[in-house]
Write a new protein. Structure first.
Ligand SMILES: Nc1ncnc2c1ncn2[C@@H]1O[C@H](COP(=O)(O)OP(=O)(O)OP(=O)(O)O)[C@@H](O)[C@H]1O
Ligand SMILES: [Mg+2]
Length: 502
């Protein structure tokens, strides 16, 4: 892509390389934000940051073969770029245009792969997996961009961020197109929207789950947080699908919006009826869609909020032309790593691993499970070290209030003394006598805590392992030991099932 074309399309200003004339014929073949990642021919995006200006790393980038530099007037004025060896593309808002520029360089890949964006405070990962499962049931070649992993036609890439930086994202879409991917469900965080990481992306569908108090460390208040999420609905999504169970969702509705709600009284296009759940946490219900469409389905995920996620996924799948039978097949066979993930080894109670690691998330998950549990709720919970210490007693309280038995254990202690973290959780737990018996125990060793929880369970109970979700390691003093809640829970359940047979 000629730099002059980028300058014209982005409405920027060209400063030719020192000694070159205005008819600059430089072309670029990629875009990167980090000087260390530059490959010959790349456009290096030298953006202003909180601590440093990318322009200060221009030497490294140019030495590595950067063919041109995108920066702001401040960056262009830095001594380092005063007499540039490569052309500069100067723009007042380089971060804002970087997504478009990257998209142009990579051939606007989101026009060739259907990007299905999902935003909201919770349920993004779950909904993305539900959508992917339905697409696969329909035989489509899928990608996935999310918190847990990034997938390209069956190949797994580890995810560092919920949404990659703009150049990485466009390169990823281009790779997907190359590999024959036709549809990519994607989690879109409010950070990504407000930092312009998804600029340049055309969304075939933009979907909204819900909004609750979260990430207020980054956004000033709920209005600003909502405004960031609402950017997915500023015209960049061809079809908009919105959960209208909350007032926030309702404000996004236009005459073209496809609406989704658990509450049929809202008049939403997609609702559910005949909800039922089994003692091992599976759910069944009838999806009701536009034009009298009814789809009987089952869902292996417990909790009423997962019915909403399933409805949202069904509406998205319907937009992409997936048939009702395939929607049902996808929902009933979904596997979501560490999000209300049921572990079934033939035991006669519900056992669930969930990533909930904030007070509100713990409360919500436990409320959802309580509503579907006839017996006791037995919870295993710890808190991470080197993170917000204020939430520890609150998590202890949220869990104790809603559990018949709470076993306080270690999460990722990191550099902290695990006993002190447990003491803080216990202080919150013990301060609030639970209506459900509220027995509280302390077992530091997470494996033992999980085994103990399982040993207490009887038919009709629920065992809930909170906090680490899909994680595969436990960080103790900076050393990450292999540890999977799912595997430990499965092993304990197998032992219990075997024991009961003998
Ligand atoms: N629709 C929902 N409403 C409320 N809570 C939900 C909903 N879906 C999932 N949850 C709860 O929130 C937790 C996070 O779910 P999930 O990972 O699907 O959300 P997310 O939006 O991807 O979160 P993150 O911002 O951490 O990536 C789950 O473990 C579950 O306890
Ligand atoms: Mg997520």
């Amino acid at each position: 892509m000629p730099v002059t074309t980028l300058v014209a399309r982005a409405d920027g200003r060209l400063i030719p390389a020192a000694g070159a004339d205005r008819g600059d014929e430089t072309t670029v073949s990629g875009a990167v934000l980090r000087a260390q990642q530059v490959r010959p021919g790349d456009l290096f995006a030298a953006l202003p940051g909180a601590r440093a200006h990318g322009a200060d790393f221009a030497d490294e980038a140019i030495a590595a073969g950067a063919a041109a530099v995108l920066t702001d007037p401040d960056g262009a004025a830095r001594p380092r770029l005063a007499e540039p060896e490569v052309p500069l593309l100067v723009h007042d808002d380089p971060r804002g245009v970087l997504g478009d520029i990257a998209a142009w360089i990579y051939g606007e890949p989101s026009l060739d792969v259907a990007v299905l964006g999902i935003t909201g405070t919770s349920g993004k990962t779950t909904t993305a997996y539900l959508v992917e499962s339905g697409l696969r049931a329909a035989g489509r070649t899928t990608g996935l961009v999310g918190t847990v992993e990034t997938r390209v036609a069956g190949e797994r890439l580890a995810s560092a961020f919920t949404t990659p930086e703009a150049p990485d994202l466009q390169a990823l879409f281009a790779l997907m197109v190359e590999r024959g991917v036709t549809h990519v469900p994607m989690e879109v965080s409010s950070h990504a929207l407000s930092l312009g990481r998804v600029n340049g992306t055309r969304f075939t569908v933009g979907a909204f789950t819900n909004l609750s108090q979260d990430h207020l460390d980054f956004h000033r208040d709920m209005e600003e947080y909502f405004a960031a999420k609402a950017l997915l609905f500023d015209g960049r999504s061809t079809t908009e699908v919105v959960v209208i169970d909350t007032a926030w969702g309702q404000t996004l509705v236009t005459p073209q919006t496809i609406t989704v709600a658990l509450d049929a009284g809202t008049g939403a296009a997609w609702t559910a009826s005949d909800l039922d759940s089994t003692p091992t946490g599976e759910q069944s219900f009838t999806l009701r869609g536009p034009g009298g469409l009814t789809i009987p389905t089952s869902l292996p995920l417990p909790g009423e909020f997962n019915v909403v996620n399933a409805l949202l996924a069904a509406a998205i799948l319907d937009v992409t032309g997936v048939e009702p039978e395939q929607i049902a097949a996808g929902l009933s066979s979904v596997q979501v790593p560490g999000r209300m993930e049921r572990v079934d080894e033939g035991q006669r109670f519900t056992a669930v691993v969930d990533y909930a690691h904030k007070p509100a998330a713990v409360a919500l998950a436990l409320d959802a499970l309580r509503a579907q549990t006839s017996g006791k709720v037995i919870t295993v919970l710890g808190c991470g070290g080197d993170r917000d210490a204020g939430k520890r007693p609150l998590m202890g309280e949220a869990a104790a209030r809603r559990s018949d038995v709470l076993i306080v254990t270690d999460d990722n202690p990191r550099s902290e003394d695990p006993a002190e973290i447990r003491a803080a959780v216990l202080a919150g737990a013990k301060g609030h006598g639970a209506p459900h018996g509220g027995e509280v125990a302390e077992i530091g060793d997470r494996r033992e805590a999980i085994a103990h929880a399982v040993s207490l369970a009887a038919p009709g109970d629920t065992v809930f392992i909170a906090g680490k979700g899909h994680e595969t390691g436990q960080d103790v003093g900076g050393v990450v030991h292999p540890f999977s809640d799912r595997d430990e829970l499965a092993a304990a359940l197998r032992a219990a099932v075997e024991g009961a047979r003998l």
